[in-house]
Ligand binder design. Structure first.
Ligand SMILES: Cc1cc2nc3c(=O)[nH]c(=O)nc-3n(C[C@H](O)[C@H](O)[C@H](O)COP(=O)(O)O)c2cc1C
Ligand code: SF4
Length: 449
C-alpha cells in the first residue's frame, strides 16, 4: 500500500466536519506554523521540494520567496480551484471530502506570506463544493483558526470563496485574478508577474488546491521527511485522477517512484485495461499534454521504465515524452480512434479561448474544422500538413499558454499516429459509417471548409 499524505484520512466517517477533522489531528500545522517565523516556513516549503500541482510544476517555495513585500501594501494568497482541465478531477475530491485540509494549508500559507485576506476561486460548476467550503470556513472561524488574532498569535486572516462563471481560461492565474476583481477573465501580459502585481495590483501568490493541501504534511512532518518521499525533483505524493478505458477509474495518491505500468495494471490503482483489451495510448497529465503511444508511455526512448513523475513523464521532450501536467490520466484502449479523440479535445479550445490573440482565437477553430473534416471522411492528405502547420504557428505565439495547450495534443497525435490520419484520408467511406456507440455525440456533421 503506497504512502498517503493527503488522502490518509479521507475515509474517516465525518472527516468533512471540523470536529472529526480536529480529533484526527487536524490544524496541528497551524499551531506549529504560528510558532515559526514566516520566512522559516517559506524556507521549509523550499526544502521540501514541493512543486505546484496546478500543471506547470513550478517550485512552490521559490514562488513564495518571489513575493514582493512593500511597506503598507496588502498581500494576497489566492487558491486556484478552477479545475477545468478535461480529465482532471482531483481538487474536487480534496475540497468535497476533506475541505479542512485545504483551509489548514491556506492558513499556514497565508501566515508565511502575510496575507490577511485569502481567496479560493472555485469553478462555477462546483456549486455544492462552494457550500461545503463555506461551511468549513465558518467552522474554522468559530474555532479560532480564522479571523482576528488567530490562536492569540496576533495574526489576522480571513478567507472567502468566489465562484467562477464556468470558463476554462479563468484557471490561468492572471485571468483568474481579473475575474476575481469582477472583470472579464482575460489573461494579463506577463511580466509583471502576480508576485509583484497581482490581485488589485498587490503582490499575490496563486497556488493550486493540492499544492496548498500539501503544505500541511510538510509543516507537520518536516521538509526533510517530505522530501524523502518520491524521487529527484518529484518529491512528496501526487494525486492522479485516472479515467478512460481502465477497470478502476478514480483518484489515486501516488508515491512518484512507481512506474506507469504499475499504475495502469496493478489492482491498487487502475486495475488494468477494461475488458482485457490492449493499451493503445494515454494522455498522462490532462487534455493539454501530448498523447503517448503505449510503447513510449511504458518505456522511455532510452529503454528505461517510465515512472509516474515530472522528470520521467517528460523524458525525451515532446519527441518521445509528455508531461505530468495536472495529473489527469486518460487511458485509451486498442479500439479507440486517435483522430476522433483529438477532435473531441480540439472542440474544447476554440470555445474556451478568450480571443485576445489571433493565433489562438483563429487557429483553435481552424484545427477543429480540419480535424472534423478528416474524421468524417472528407479530408485530403494536405490537410494533415496544414493541421501540423497551424499548431506550430499557435505554439509560443500567444499571451497565455492556452494556445500551447490547444496545439500540443494535435501535434502529438500527428507525430505518433500519422498513419491513422492517413487511414482516414484513404478510407473515406469507412469513416462515414463507423459507429462509436457515442449516442450523445450528436453534433450535426457540418464540414465548414
Ligand atoms: C488555460 C489554463 C488553465 C489553467 N487551469 C488551472 C486550474 O484549473 N487549476 C490550477 O491550479 N492551475 C491552472 N492553470 C495553471 C495556473 O495558471 C497556475 O500556474 C497555477 O494555479 C499555479 O499554482 P501551482 O504553482 O500551485 O501549480 C491553468 C493554466 C492555463 C494556461
Ligand atoms: S492564448 Fe488564447 S486564451 Fe490565452 S490570451 Fe491568447 S487568445 Fe486568450
Amino acid at each position: 500500500m503506497g504512502i498517503k499524505l493527503l488522502l490518509n484520512k479521507a475515509h474517516v466517517p465525518g472527516i468533512r466536519s471540523y470536529e472529526v477533522y480536529r480529533r484526527e489531528g487536524g490544524y496541528r500545522s497551524v499551531e506549529k506554523a504560528l510558532q515559526m517565523a514566516p520566512a522559516d516556513i517559506v524556507e521549509e516549503v523550499k526544502k521540501s521540494g514541493l512543486r505546484g500541482r496546478g500543471g506547470a510544476g513550478f517550485p512552490t517555495g521559490m514562488k513564495w520567496s518571489f513575493l514582493a513585500k512593500p511597506e503598507g501594501t496588502p498581500r494576497y494568497l489566492v487558491c486556484n480551484a478552477d479545475e477545468s482541465e478535461p480529465g482532471t478531477f482531483k481538487d474536487r475530491y480534496l475540497m468535497e471530502f476533506i475541505p479542512h485540509l485545504l483551509i489548514e494549508g491556506m492558513i499556514v500559507a497565508s501566515f508565511a506570506l502575510g496575507s490577511n485576506n485569502s481567496y479560493i476561486y472555485i469553478r462555477g460548476e462546483y456549486a455544492w463544493i462552494t457550500d461545503i467550503l463555506e461551511t468549513a470556513i465558518e467552522e474554522a472561524r468559530q474555532n479560532g483558526f480564522l479571523g482576528k488574532n488567530i490562536l492569540g498569535s496576533g495574526f489576522d486572516c480571513d478567507m472567502y470563496v468566489q465562484r467562477g462563471a464556468g470558463a476554462y481560461i479563468c484557471g490561468e492565474e492572471t485571468a483568474l485574478l481579473e475575474s476575481l476583481e469582477g472583470k472579464r477573465g482575460n489573461p494579463r501580459i506577463k511580466p509583471p508577474f502576480p508576485a509583484i502585481k497581482g490581485l488589485w495590483d498587490c503582490p499575490t501568490v496563486v497556488n493550486n488546491v493540492e499544492t496548498l493541501a500539501a503544505v500541511v504534511p510538510i509543516i507537520n512532518n518536516g521538509a526533510e521527511e517530505y522530501a524523502k518521499i518520491g524521487v529527484g525533483k518529484s518529491t512528496g505524493t501526487k494525486l492522479i485522477s485516472a479515467c478512460g478505458n481502465i477497470n478502476k477509474p478514480g483518484i489515486y495518491e501516488i508515491d512518484m517512484t512507481i512506474s506507469v505500468e504499475e499504475f495502469i495494471y496493478s489492482d491498487e490503482y487502475c486495475g488494468g485495461i477494461h475488458n482485457g483489451k490492449k493499451l493503445k495510448a494515454c494522455i498522462p497529465g490532462g487534455s493539454s499534454v501530448p498523447i503517448l503511444p503505449a510503447n513510449l508511455l511504458l518505456t522511455t526512448a532510452k529503454g528505461e521504465k517510465r515512472l509516474m513523475n515530472y522528470e520521467s513523464l517528460s523524458d525525451g521532450g515532446f519527441a518521445t515524452g509528455s508531461m505530468m501536467g495536472s495529473g489527469g490520466f486518460i487511458v485509451l484502449d486498442e479500439d479507440q480512434c486517435v483522430v476522433r479523440h483529438t477532435l473531441t479535445l480540439a472542440r474544447f479550445y476554440p470555445h474556451e479561448s478568450c480571443g485576445q490573440c489571433s493565433p489562438c482565437r483563429e487557429g483553435t477553430g481552424w484545427m477543429e474544422r480540419i480535424l472534423k473534416k478528416i474524421e468524417y471522411g472528407k479530408g485530403e492528405m494536405k490537410d494533415i500538413d496544414l493541421l501540423w502547420d497551424i499548431q506550430r504557428k499557435i505554439e509560443g505565439n500567444t499571451i497565455c499558454p492556452l494556445g500551447d495547450a490547444a496545439a500540443w495534443p494535435v501535434a502529438a497525435a500527428i507525430r505518433h499516429f500519422r498513419d491513422e490520419f492517413e487511414w482516414h484520408v484513404l478510407n473515406p467511406e469507412e469513416c462515414k459509417t463507423r459507429n462509436y456507440g457515442l449516442a450523445n455525440y450528436a453534433e450535426p456533421l457540418q464540414i465548414l471548409i
